[in-house]
Write a protein that binds this ligand. Structure first.
Ligand SMILES: Nc1ncnc2c1ncn2[C@@H]1O[C@H](COP(=O)(O)OP(=O)(O)OP(=O)(O)O)[C@@H](O)[C@H]1O
Ligand SMILES: [Mg+2]
Length: 263
Protein backbone atom coordinates (compact mmCIF):
# COMPACT_ATOMS: atom_id res chain seq x y z
CA UNK A 1 0.00 0.00 0.00
CA UNK A 2 3.01 2.33 0.11
CA UNK A 3 2.29 5.64 -1.57
CA UNK A 4 -1.43 4.91 -1.69
CA UNK A 5 -3.62 6.86 0.65
CA UNK A 6 -6.62 5.21 2.27
CA UNK A 7 -9.16 7.02 4.40
CA UNK A 8 -7.31 6.30 7.63
CA UNK A 9 -3.93 7.57 6.44
CA UNK A 10 -3.16 11.00 7.86
CA UNK A 11 -2.10 13.65 5.35
CA UNK A 12 1.13 14.11 7.30
CA UNK A 13 2.73 12.09 10.12
CA UNK A 14 5.88 13.09 11.99
CA UNK A 15 7.58 10.47 14.13
CA UNK A 16 10.49 11.32 16.43
CA UNK A 17 11.61 14.24 14.25
CA UNK A 18 14.84 15.81 15.44
CA UNK A 19 17.01 18.66 14.19
CA UNK A 20 20.35 19.64 15.72
CA UNK A 21 22.31 22.77 14.84
CA UNK A 22 25.66 21.99 16.49
CA UNK A 23 24.78 21.62 20.16
CA UNK A 24 21.32 23.17 19.81
CA UNK A 25 18.32 20.82 19.62
CA UNK A 26 16.13 23.12 17.54
CA UNK A 27 13.51 20.37 17.04
CA UNK A 28 13.57 17.66 19.68
CA UNK A 29 11.81 14.31 19.13
CA UNK A 30 8.58 15.79 17.78
CA UNK A 31 5.72 13.50 16.73
CA UNK A 32 2.24 14.44 15.58
CA UNK A 33 -0.18 13.87 12.74
CA UNK A 34 -2.24 16.14 10.53
CA UNK A 35 -5.61 14.71 9.50
CA UNK A 36 -6.59 15.13 5.85
CA UNK A 37 -8.95 18.05 5.39
CA UNK A 38 -8.09 19.70 8.70
CA UNK A 39 -6.45 22.94 9.80
CA UNK A 40 -3.71 22.31 12.34
CA UNK A 41 -1.64 25.02 14.03
CA UNK A 42 1.86 24.92 15.50
CA UNK A 43 2.37 27.56 18.18
CA UNK A 44 5.15 28.39 20.63
CA UNK A 45 7.42 31.24 21.73
CA UNK A 46 10.07 32.79 19.45
CA UNK A 47 12.86 30.33 18.77
CA UNK A 48 10.69 27.30 19.70
CA UNK A 49 11.58 25.58 16.43
CA UNK A 50 8.42 26.21 14.41
CA UNK A 51 10.06 27.46 11.20
CA UNK A 52 12.77 24.81 11.51
CA UNK A 53 10.02 22.19 11.69
CA UNK A 54 8.47 23.57 8.47
CA UNK A 55 11.91 23.54 6.81
CA UNK A 56 12.24 19.85 7.72
CA UNK A 57 8.76 18.97 6.45
CA UNK A 58 9.17 20.85 3.14
CA UNK A 59 12.68 19.50 2.48
CA UNK A 60 14.52 22.81 2.95
CA UNK A 61 16.62 21.15 5.68
CA UNK A 62 17.57 17.50 6.29
CA UNK A 63 16.31 15.91 9.53
CA UNK A 64 18.91 14.75 12.08
CA UNK A 65 16.58 11.85 12.99
CA UNK A 66 12.99 10.72 12.63
CA UNK A 67 10.52 10.08 9.85
CA UNK A 68 8.13 12.34 7.98
CA UNK A 69 5.36 10.55 6.11
CA UNK A 70 3.32 12.51 3.57
CA UNK A 71 0.24 10.80 2.06
CA UNK A 72 1.61 7.44 3.12
CA UNK A 73 5.11 7.99 1.70
CA UNK A 74 8.33 8.74 3.62
CA UNK A 75 9.71 12.08 2.49
CA UNK A 76 12.54 12.87 4.91
CA UNK A 77 15.70 13.20 2.81
CA UNK A 78 13.82 14.38 -0.27
CA UNK A 79 14.57 17.77 -1.82
CA UNK A 80 12.09 20.67 -1.86
CA UNK A 81 11.15 20.18 -5.52
CA UNK A 82 10.51 16.47 -4.95
CA UNK A 83 8.30 17.20 -1.96
CA UNK A 84 6.51 19.91 -3.96
CA UNK A 85 5.78 17.48 -6.78
CA UNK A 86 4.22 15.08 -4.28
CA UNK A 87 1.69 17.79 -3.43
CA UNK A 88 3.06 20.07 -0.73
CA UNK A 89 3.40 23.85 -0.93
CA UNK A 90 4.44 26.51 1.56
CA UNK A 91 4.69 30.21 2.25
CA UNK A 92 7.56 31.80 4.13
CA UNK A 93 7.75 33.80 7.34
CA UNK A 94 9.61 36.49 5.36
CA UNK A 95 7.66 37.06 2.14
CA UNK A 96 9.64 35.88 -0.89
CA UNK A 97 8.27 37.42 -4.07
CA UNK A 98 10.34 38.14 -7.17
CA UNK A 99 11.18 41.72 -8.04
CA UNK A 100 10.03 42.91 -11.46
CA UNK A 101 7.17 40.39 -11.73
CA UNK A 102 3.46 41.15 -11.63
CA UNK A 103 1.22 39.46 -9.09
CA UNK A 104 -0.10 37.21 -11.87
CA UNK A 105 3.41 36.23 -13.03
CA UNK A 106 4.37 35.33 -9.45
CA UNK A 107 1.40 32.95 -9.24
CA UNK A 108 2.16 31.48 -12.69
CA UNK A 109 5.68 30.62 -11.52
CA UNK A 110 4.11 28.58 -8.69
CA UNK A 111 1.99 26.74 -11.25
CA UNK A 112 5.00 25.63 -13.28
CA UNK A 113 5.98 23.17 -10.53
CA UNK A 114 3.19 20.91 -11.83
CA UNK A 115 3.21 21.78 -15.52
CA UNK A 116 4.28 19.19 -18.05
CA UNK A 117 6.61 21.40 -20.05
CA UNK A 118 8.12 23.10 -17.03
CA UNK A 119 9.33 26.57 -16.28
CA UNK A 120 12.29 26.61 -18.67
CA UNK A 121 10.38 25.39 -21.73
CA UNK A 122 7.89 28.12 -20.85
CA UNK A 123 10.67 30.69 -20.77
CA UNK A 124 11.83 29.71 -24.24
CA UNK A 125 8.25 30.17 -25.47
CA UNK A 126 8.02 26.89 -27.39
CA UNK A 127 4.79 26.48 -29.43
CA UNK A 128 4.02 23.22 -27.63
CA UNK A 129 3.77 25.15 -24.39
CA UNK A 130 1.45 27.95 -25.54
CA UNK A 131 -1.77 26.05 -24.83
CA UNK A 132 -0.52 25.00 -21.45
CA UNK A 133 0.60 28.56 -20.77
CA UNK A 134 -2.93 29.84 -21.42
CA UNK A 135 -4.36 27.26 -19.03
CA UNK A 136 -1.80 28.25 -16.39
CA UNK A 137 -2.68 31.93 -16.81
CA UNK A 138 -6.40 31.19 -16.46
CA UNK A 139 -5.94 29.08 -13.33
CA UNK A 140 -3.58 31.66 -11.80
CA UNK A 141 -6.17 34.39 -12.33
CA UNK A 142 -8.80 32.18 -10.67
CA UNK A 143 -6.54 31.85 -7.64
CA UNK A 144 -6.01 35.62 -7.46
CA UNK A 145 -9.80 35.92 -7.56
CA UNK A 146 -10.12 33.42 -4.74
CA UNK A 147 -7.65 35.56 -2.75
CA UNK A 148 -9.75 38.61 -3.76
CA UNK A 149 -6.88 40.43 -5.48
CA UNK A 150 -7.65 39.69 -9.14
CA UNK A 151 -7.83 43.45 -9.79
CA UNK A 152 -4.13 43.65 -8.86
CA UNK A 153 -3.01 40.92 -11.30
CA UNK A 154 -1.00 43.34 -13.45
CA UNK A 155 0.66 45.23 -10.60
CA UNK A 156 4.29 44.56 -9.65
CA UNK A 157 4.00 42.21 -6.67
CA UNK A 158 6.69 43.78 -4.50
CA UNK A 159 4.97 47.19 -4.74
CA UNK A 160 1.73 45.86 -3.19
CA UNK A 161 0.64 46.43 0.41
CA UNK A 162 1.94 43.86 2.87
CA UNK A 163 -1.39 42.04 3.25
CA UNK A 164 -1.79 41.86 -0.53
CA UNK A 165 1.72 40.41 -0.91
CA UNK A 166 0.75 37.68 1.54
CA UNK A 167 -2.34 36.96 -0.56
CA UNK A 168 -0.11 36.68 -3.69
CA UNK A 169 2.16 34.28 -1.81
CA UNK A 170 -0.79 32.11 -0.84
CA UNK A 171 -2.10 32.12 -4.42
CA UNK A 172 1.36 31.18 -5.68
CA UNK A 173 1.53 28.28 -3.21
CA UNK A 174 -1.94 27.11 -4.26
CA UNK A 175 -0.99 27.29 -7.94
CA UNK A 176 0.88 23.99 -7.65
CA UNK A 177 -2.48 22.40 -6.63
CA UNK A 178 -1.10 21.12 -3.31
CA UNK A 179 -2.79 18.59 -1.03
CA UNK A 180 -1.04 20.15 1.97
CA UNK A 181 -0.25 23.83 2.45
CA UNK A 182 2.23 25.04 5.08
CA UNK A 183 1.73 28.66 6.14
CA UNK A 184 4.46 30.27 8.28
CA UNK A 185 2.94 33.22 10.16
CA UNK A 186 0.39 34.27 7.52
CA UNK A 187 -0.92 37.08 9.75
CA UNK A 188 2.44 38.53 10.84
CA UNK A 189 2.49 42.30 10.41
CA UNK A 190 -1.20 42.48 9.49
CA UNK A 191 -3.81 44.62 11.22
CA UNK A 192 -6.90 43.15 12.83
CA UNK A 193 -9.05 43.54 9.69
CA UNK A 194 -6.41 41.99 7.43
CA UNK A 195 -5.98 39.17 9.96
CA UNK A 196 -9.71 38.44 9.89
CA UNK A 197 -9.47 38.34 6.08
CA UNK A 198 -6.55 35.88 6.26
CA UNK A 199 -8.61 33.67 8.60
CA UNK A 200 -11.41 33.66 6.03
CA UNK A 201 -8.98 32.83 3.20
CA UNK A 202 -7.44 29.93 5.13
CA UNK A 203 -10.90 28.47 5.75
CA UNK A 204 -11.69 28.90 2.03
CA UNK A 205 -8.48 27.01 1.20
CA UNK A 206 -9.48 24.20 3.57
CA UNK A 207 -12.94 24.12 1.96
CA UNK A 208 -11.23 23.60 -1.43
CA UNK A 209 -9.97 20.29 0.02
CA UNK A 210 -6.45 21.47 0.89
CA UNK A 211 -5.14 20.40 4.30
CA UNK A 212 -3.51 23.31 6.16
CA UNK A 213 -0.67 23.32 8.69
CA UNK A 214 0.08 26.78 9.99
CA UNK A 215 2.51 28.50 12.33
CA UNK A 216 1.06 31.62 13.86
CA UNK A 217 1.52 33.91 16.85
CA UNK A 218 -1.93 35.52 16.57
CA UNK A 219 -3.81 33.48 19.15
CA UNK A 220 -7.29 34.67 18.20
CA UNK A 221 -6.67 33.51 14.60
CA UNK A 222 -5.27 30.17 15.77
CA UNK A 223 -8.10 29.54 18.24
CA UNK A 224 -10.79 30.52 15.71
CA UNK A 225 -9.81 28.37 12.75
CA UNK A 226 -7.72 25.40 13.98
CA UNK A 227 -9.09 21.91 14.48
CA UNK A 228 -6.04 21.00 16.57
CA UNK A 229 -2.98 22.77 17.97
CA UNK A 230 0.56 21.56 18.67
CA UNK A 231 2.57 23.59 21.17
CA UNK A 232 6.35 23.67 20.84
CA UNK A 233 8.72 24.97 23.52
CA UNK A 234 12.51 24.84 23.14
CA UNK A 235 12.12 22.39 20.27
CA UNK A 236 9.97 19.88 22.16
CA UNK A 237 6.25 19.18 21.90
CA UNK A 238 4.67 20.49 25.07
CA UNK A 239 1.02 19.82 24.23
CA UNK A 240 -1.32 18.77 21.43
CA UNK A 241 -5.06 19.22 21.69
CA UNK A 242 -8.15 21.10 20.54
CA UNK A 243 -8.13 24.92 20.83
CA UNK A 244 -10.56 24.78 23.77
CA UNK A 245 -8.31 22.41 25.74
CA UNK A 246 -5.06 24.20 24.80
CA UNK A 247 -6.50 27.44 26.22
CA UNK A 248 -7.02 25.65 29.56
CA UNK A 249 -3.62 23.88 29.60
CA UNK A 250 -1.62 25.09 32.63
CA UNK A 251 1.80 24.37 31.02
CA UNK A 252 0.85 26.30 27.88
CA UNK A 253 -0.50 29.24 29.87
CA UNK A 254 2.75 29.26 31.85
CA UNK A 255 5.06 29.52 28.81
CA UNK A 256 2.94 32.28 27.30
CA UNK A 257 2.59 34.24 30.54
CA UNK A 258 6.29 33.67 31.20
CA UNK A 259 7.02 35.21 27.82
CA UNK A 260 4.85 38.24 28.68
CA UNK A 261 6.63 38.67 32.03
CA UNK A 262 9.99 38.58 30.29
CA UNK A 263 8.83 41.09 27.69
N1 LIG B 1 20.14 27.41 10.06
C1 LIG B 1 20.30 27.51 11.39
N2 LIG B 1 21.50 27.35 11.98
C2 LIG B 1 21.63 27.43 13.31
N3 LIG B 1 20.62 27.66 14.16
C3 LIG B 1 19.40 27.83 13.64
C4 LIG B 1 19.16 27.77 12.24
N4 LIG B 1 17.84 27.98 12.02
C5 LIG B 1 17.29 28.16 13.22
N5 LIG B 1 18.21 28.08 14.21
C6 LIG B 1 17.95 28.18 15.64
O1 LIG B 1 16.97 27.20 15.94
C7 LIG B 1 16.06 27.71 16.93
C8 LIG B 1 14.67 27.61 16.38
O2 LIG B 1 14.52 28.62 15.37
P1 LIG B 1 13.18 28.76 14.52
O3 LIG B 1 13.42 29.81 13.52
O4 LIG B 1 12.76 27.43 14.04
O5 LIG B 1 12.14 29.28 15.62
P2 LIG B 1 10.64 29.77 15.47
O6 LIG B 1 9.83 28.97 16.43
O7 LIG B 1 10.23 29.75 14.05
O8 LIG B 1 10.74 31.28 15.99
P3 LIG B 1 9.92 32.59 15.53
O9 LIG B 1 8.59 32.51 16.25
O10 LIG B 1 10.76 33.71 16.07
O11 LIG B 1 9.81 32.59 14.06
C9 LIG B 1 16.52 29.11 17.27
O12 LIG B 1 17.32 29.03 18.43
C10 LIG B 1 17.32 29.51 16.06
O13 LIG B 1 18.32 30.46 16.40
MG1 LIG C 1 9.64 31.18 12.70
Amino acid sequence: MSGVQDLNTPMLALQGVHKRFGGLHAVNDVSFQVAAGSIKAVIGPNGAGKTTLFNLIAGNLPVSAGTIVFQGQEIQGKKTHQVARLGMARTFQNIKLFHGMTALECVMVGRHVQSRSGFFAGMFNLPSTWKEERAIRARSLELLELMQIADLAGVEATSLAFGQQRAVEMARALASEPKLLLLDEPAAGLNIYETAEVARLICAIRDMGVTVLLVEHDMSLVMDISDEIVVLSFGSKLAEDTPANIQKDAEVIKIYLGEDDAG
